[in-house]
Design a protein around this ligand. Structure first.
Ligand code: NAP
Length: 275
């Protein structure tokens, strides 16, 4: 299915992005790997090239999605290296573990720079290329937190709700150009997300919280996502915990969901010591 396809993945140095890169490489794609840590990307490249069933070696393209001015050149470099971009997976992201009362505005702005404006800016930079080549597939890794508000993640939930809205609206605009848009809604996945999450003052949370520790294996998550993308699904929910039920409870019984989230607040505060 993905033989000779070019798939550009941001946030490919760890977690879901790394697992997606490996799965696409197994399925024959040429993967372009982006994130800030070039050394970690080099390791992911070696792993991808080992499992690859395709002809092209994977490509390392370090970048910071918040460095807006650099993104057009990144697109030029990606096209120069791979010839085209069949799919862009906007997967880079950072989470939050702090109450609203204890969160600095600078921290909220940083979360939005990475999780919202970085995704929009790269997508805008890639769009002309996809239109010129006659089509493509844009993907955003949002979250269940893009549909449900969860405690100690006010900024993260706001950011993920924002990208769900942005890419839903974009889908209707780019359909005429043969460009598909898919929104990924992961539940809890066992990655470095909570370790890297920002606390109120912007420092890293530095530990894996109980929800993430009990989450789905990232390789399994990647298999579900790739299957959904191959079917062209506009929305792909992926996860194995009760949080996935929250999606339909919120839709049909929002008051019930809000009561459940109050219980989640108490549990998270006690078990993980969020402030
Ligand atoms: N794990 C979950 O439970 C879960 C649930 C729902 C949604 N998600 C979403 O899934 C995506 C991947 O997260 P993950 O769980 O795999 O966590 P992760 O292991 O912490 O991965 C985050 C990735 O984003 C990259 N990144 C962070 N800031 C960046 C920046 N400014 N520029 C470029 N790359 C940047 C990181 O690489 P560098 O540090 O090398 O830059 C890393 O590769 C995120 O969008 C996250 O919100 C995760």
């Amino acid at each position: 299915m993905y033989n000779d396809k070019v798939i550009w993945i941001t946030g490919a140095s760890s977690g879901i992005g790394k697992s997606l890169a490996l799965e696409f490489a197994r399925q024959g794609a040429t993967v372009i790997l982006s994130a800030r840590r070039a050394d970690a990307l080099a390791e992911v490249k070696a792993a991808c090239d080992t499992v690859s069933s395709g002809r092209g070696a994977s490509i390392v393209l370090p970048m910071d999605v918040t460095d807006e001015a650099s993104l057009p050149k990144c697109v030029t470099d990606a096209v120069a290296a791979a010839g085209r971009i069949d799919m862009l997976i906007n997967n880079a992201g950072i989470s939050q573990r702090s109450s609203c009362l204890n969160t600095d505005m600078a921290t909220y702005r940083k979360i939005f720079e990475v999780d919202v404006f970085g995704q929009i800016a790269l997508t805008k930079a890639v769009l002309p290329q996809m239109i010129a080549q006659g089509g493509g597939h844009l993907v955003i890794t949002a979250s269940v937190a893009g549909k449900i508000g969860a405690p100690f993640r006010t900024g993260y939930c706001a950011a993920k709700h924002a990208v769900v809205g942005f890419f839903d609206a974009l889908r209707t605009e780019v359909d005429q150009h043969n460009i598909q848009v898919s929104t990924i809604l992961p539940g809890f996945i066992r990655t470095e997300l909570s370790e890297n999450a920002m606390t109120g003052d912007g420092s890293a949370f530095g530990k894996t919280d109980s929800n993430i520790a009990a989450g789905m294996d990232p390789d399994e998550c990647a298999r579900v996502i790739v299957k959904g993308l191959s079917k062209g699904k506009p929305e792909i929910g992926v996860g194995s915990g009760v949080e996935m039920h929250g999606l339909w409870i919120k839709r049909f019984f929002p008051s019930v969901l809000f009561k459940l989230m109050n219980k989640q607040y108490a549990r998270s505060a006690k078990e993980d010591g969020f402030v």
